[in-house]
Design a protein around this ligand. Structure first.
Ligand code: AMP
Length: 435
């Protein structure tokens, strides 16, 4: 038997329902924030990620799925969403739109060759948001508010927001030099990767999973002491706007995030769910004012985030939160014999096009097991199609809530369903209304 590739999973059944629900809630939220949907290719020219995510990042150094296409071009399955969106922004000249800043959201698979474990996959799905064209710290706060409000809408309470500022380029350069001076005498104590990071991107040393919690790390120079006036002002404003939005946050001076392109604000949202384990960062993002220029676009300050769907769904499961309504069917159709099937599917098509959800028995079940099936599907009505129904165009329909049976002509069926679908006198519906 052929099995799925390591680190991937199939979406089906309950998982499919949950995934669609989260996507729908997010999409509706994005409409309220007035963001536009964007979809970019699952693979891009490898260069895009080398130049954006950065050659010094773990993602590009060790985790990309690279391949040569049949035309001998180096391609990479996207490991994250921002690079593709920025490429699209530049290539489609979105910067020329009247409607700026461009406020975009996306949803889709990302691919990283990581060591698979709980909450860490090789194909995983992200919801992401990018705002291109506004330098205003108000947008940093808006971006942070989006995942926070998504979690609120989904009922997920225990989340923590951590923020930091990496400052503008000048501040970052000054900090980089200070870190190098600090770590230089201690290179022998640092892991192999950190020794490489020392040369390529010393900020990353602070993010190291191996050396992360040592005294050496804790006593390292802090970014906030190297922020220039402009950067300090930006960060203060972000905090002020987060207060205005009633968002509780913690400043974590060692938060640097894994990608090379961040400037000013970086943030993470963590699920403080008991028993959740180490992969508890649900969402991360920040400002990337220099990335569009790095990719040959015009100067465009930008800010965004990406949120891992799998971890979000796990957090919802841990909190035992109901994700979406249980699926219900409007009408379950039972053709009594093969001769009745053509009529049954013709009628079902008409009902579906009129807005009702319909399923038709295709396994020639007995009447008893068909009624059981209708119950399993929580079908509101059951419709039986036999010879007499066909010949007289008079349908037999049973209301599964009230258990009442009706005879309705084909011309009146839509009106009948419209009338009965919303109102129900059965005890269950009464109880639900009273809740
Ligand atoms: P990043 O793009 O690394 O900033 O990650 C943003 C979010 O995507 C993380 O907070 C996770 O929720 C999720 N994520 C990143 N890598 C993985 C992975 N390998 N498997 C599952 N989720 C991931």
């Amino acid at each position: 038997m052929i099995q799925k590739p390591k680190g991937t999973y199939d979406v089906y059944g309950e998982m499919g329902r949950k995934l669609r629900y989260v996507e729908q809630v997010f999409s509706a939220l994005m409409d309220r924030y007035d963001y536009e949907y964007v979809a970019t290719p699952l693979f891009e020219q490898s260069n895009l990620f080398h130049r954006s995510v950065g050659d010094s990042s773990d993602i590009v150094r060790k985790e990309t799925y690279d391949f040569k296409d049949r035309g001998d071009r180096m391609m990479t399955l996207r490991p994250e969403g921002t690079a593709g969106v920025v490429r699209s922004y530049i290539e489609n000249k979105m910067y020329g739109d009247i409607d700026l800043p461009k406020k975009l959201w996306y949803f889709g698979s990302m691919f990283r060759y990581e060591r698979p474990q709980a909450g860490r996959y090789r194909e995983f799905r992200q919801l992401g948001v990018e705002v291109l064209g506004s330098p205003d710290p108000m947008m940093d706060a808006e971006i942070i508010s989006i995942p926070v409000n998504l979690f609120r809408l989904l009922g997920l309470e225990g989340v923590k927001v951590r923020i930091n500022s990496l400052g503008d380029q000048e501040s970052r350069n000054a900090y980089r030099e200070a870190l190098k001076d600090y770590f230089r005498p201690h290179l022998g104590e640092l892991c192999h990767d950190c020794n490489e990071r020392f040369e390529t991107n010393p900020l990353r040393i602070l993010d190291c999973k191996v050396d992360g919690n040592t005294e050496l790390m804790k006593n390292a120079p802090k970014m906030e002491d190297y922020l220039n006036e402009e950067s300090k002002k930006h960060f203060e404003k972000v905090k002020e706007y987060l207060d205005a939005l009633n968002i509780v946050y913690e400043v974590n001076p060692n938060l640097v995030r894994g990608l090379d392109y961040y400037t000013h604000t970086v943030f993470e949202v963590e699920a403080s769910v008991e028993g959740f384990g180490s992969q508890n960062v649900l969402c991360g993002g920040g400002r990337y004012d220099l990335l569009v220029e790095t990719l040959d676009g015009p100067h465009t300050p930008a800010v965004g985030f990406a949120l891992g769907i799998e971890r979000l769904l796990t957090a919802l499961d841990y909190e035992e939160l109901q994700v979406g309504e249980e699926k219900e069917l409007d009408i379950y159709v039972i053709p009594l014999s093969d001769e009745d099937k053509g009529y049954a599917i013709g009628l079902s098509q008409a009902l579906r096009l009129s807005g009702f959800s319909v399923d038709v028995d295709s396994l020639n079940r007995s009447m008893k097991s068909n009624f059981k099936q209708a119950d399993r599907k929580h079908s509101r009505f059951v419709m039986i199609i036999g010879e007499s129904e066909r010949e007289n165009n008079l349908l037999t329909i049973k209301d599964n809530h009230t258990k009442q049976e009706y005879k309705v002509t084909i011309d009146e069926i839509i009106d009948f369903l419209d009338e009965h679908m919303d109102s129900c006198d059965c005890d269950d519906c009464h109880d639900r209304e009273g809740e």
